[in-house]
Design a protein. Structure first.
Length: 78
C-alpha cells in the first residue's frame, strides 16, 4: 500500500490570506520553470522576477533571502 499525505491533512486551521497569497506567488514562480531555492528568491529574467518581484515581502518587510524563505516555510509548516 502506498502512503501519501493528503493536501492540508497536517494543517490544524485554514490558510490565512497571507499564506494563500504567498502560495500563489510561489506556484507562479515554479510554473515559470524555476525549481530551486535560488531561482525562487532571485530575479531570473525580464519575464520572471522571482518571489521578490511578486509584491509579497518577507515577514520582516524586507526582500526575501534563502534564509528568510526557509525560516518562513518552517514557521508555516510547524
Amino acid at each position: 500500500m502506498d502512503r501519501y499525505l493528503v493536501i492540508n491533512q497536517a494543517r490544524t486551521a485554514d490558510p490565512t490570506p497571507y499564506e494563500i497569497k504567498l502560495a500563489k506567488a510561489i506556484e507562479a514562480v515554479f510554473g515559470s520553470g524555476v525549481h530551486d531555492l535560488d531561482g525562487l528568491v532571485h530575479d531570473l529574467d525580464g519575464l520572471v522576477r522571482g518571489l521578490n518581484a511578486s509584491g509579497i515581502h518577507a515577514p520582516d518587510a524586507q526582500e526575501w533571502t534563502a534564509q528568510s524563505f526557509t525560516a518562513e516555510m518552517r514557521r508555516i509548516g510547524a
